[in-house]
Design a binder for this molecule. Structure first.
Ligand code: XMP
Length: 331
């Protein structure tokens, strides 16, 4: 019968068999899937696993530091390479307002950055050049069963096609995928993560899109706008957490309508600021969603705090649209 213990034992044995004496690389997104996949592989092959986390500058407040810390604590010191690519991503996004172009640019920069890190790691390990030029590089991915079924699902920026050749690497160097979560559903992955000792903040992390806050700013993405949105988002998350609602709601995107301004009044001053949209939803699988009936007093606290503490924002609005016809994210 299915137990998390069985799954862990079985997957660790399979990973050992697949990778043998080889080494592996894993792209961490900060989400539960890639974290659990990495933890399983780490258990199987120890420090022959190197994880790569690309900070694209589109994460929420303190998020990159939290991911780094939680990762170190939970995997007993697996190797982690953090690539700080904020400038590179923001430069590539300058002047871009179309959401699909934003997604393409972010995806493209992600692959480029990850491949560069990967090449550096493989070179350092002697997999490229030298005696081991024939070696296969293993790439760990947190693909879940629904991703396999939906094939073409799993649209995260970290989703890298199998056996693609990598610019700057030898033509014949292919990647063999290691996907220890291929037969599991999300709730099973959370149970495995918990059993492996991953902290709750990773195991119960709500979904967050690969392109991050880049698609929650309606209009051009700039550092200044990201900082405004990060401040508002941090307040909304803190108040929802304080109200004990984290597991009741699927997620609550906060969206900055960066090109919209309206007149307000604060103290005896006229303001001309931006609105943010709160988008709390309930869902089972993100295919459909309902707007979450967050208690008025919680909404009220979020609104008061955001307009008091974030100077550039003078209105807080609530999205009361289901999916369909809306999507969860605004972009
Ligand atoms: P939508 O907006 O399509 O979102 O209703 C459905 C769910 O998917 C998340 N999402 C993404 N997750 N990479 C991801 O890993 C992405 O590019 C991406 N876009 C949307 C979204 O947060 C919601 O949970």
């Amino acid at each position: 019968s299915w137990t998390t213990g069985n799954v862990i034992e079985e997957q660790v044995a399979r990973i050992r068999e697949q990778i043998g004496e080889g080494s592996a690389i894993c792209a961490l997104s900060g989400g539960v899937d890639s974290a659990v996949a990495a933890a399983l592989v780490q258990r199987a092959i120890g420090d022959r696993l190197t994880c790569v986390y690309v900070n694209h500058g589109l994460m929420r407040q303190d998020e990159s530091a939290q991911i780094e810390k939680a990762f170190g604590e939970s995997t007993g010191g697996a190797k982690l390479v953090v690539v700080d690519a904020e400038d590179q991503f923001l430069t590539a996004l300058a002047g871009v307002t179309d959401p699909e172009r934003k997604r393409k640019i972010i995806g493209h920069e992600f692959i480029r950055t990850f491949e560069q890190a990967q090449a550096d790691i493989l070179r350092a390990q002697g997999v490229i050049e030298g005696d081991h030029a024939e070696a296969t590089a293993f790439l760990v991915q947190g693909t879940l069963y629904p991703d396999v079924v939906e094939s073409g699902g799993g649209e995260g920026a970290a989703n890298i096609k199998s056996h693609h050749n990598v610019g700057g690497l030898p033509e014949d160097l292919s990647f063999e995928l290691v996907e220890p979560l291929r037969t599991l559903f999300k709730d099973e992955v959370r149970a495995v993560g918990h059993e492996l000792g991953l902290p709750d903040e990773i195991v119960w992390r709500q979904p967050f899109p690969g392109p991050g806050l880049g698609i929650r700013i309606i209009g051009e993405v700039t550092k200044e706008r990201l900082d405004i949105l990060r401040a508002a988002d941090a307040i909304a998350r803190a108040e929802l957490t304080a109200a004990g609602l984290d597991r009741d709601i699927w997620q609550c995107p906060v969206v900055l309508l960066a090109d919209v301004r309206s007149v307000g009044v604060q103290g005896d001053h006229r303001t001309y600021g931006h609105p943010v949209v709160l988008r709390p939803v309930t869902s089972d699988d993100a295919m459909t969603a309902d707007w979450a009936k967050v208690p008025y007093e919680v909404l009220s606290r979020i609104s008061t705090r955001i307009t008091n503490e974030v100077r550039e924002i003078n209105r807080v609005t609530l999205d009361v649209t289901s999916k369909p016809p809306g999507t969860i994210e605004w972009e």
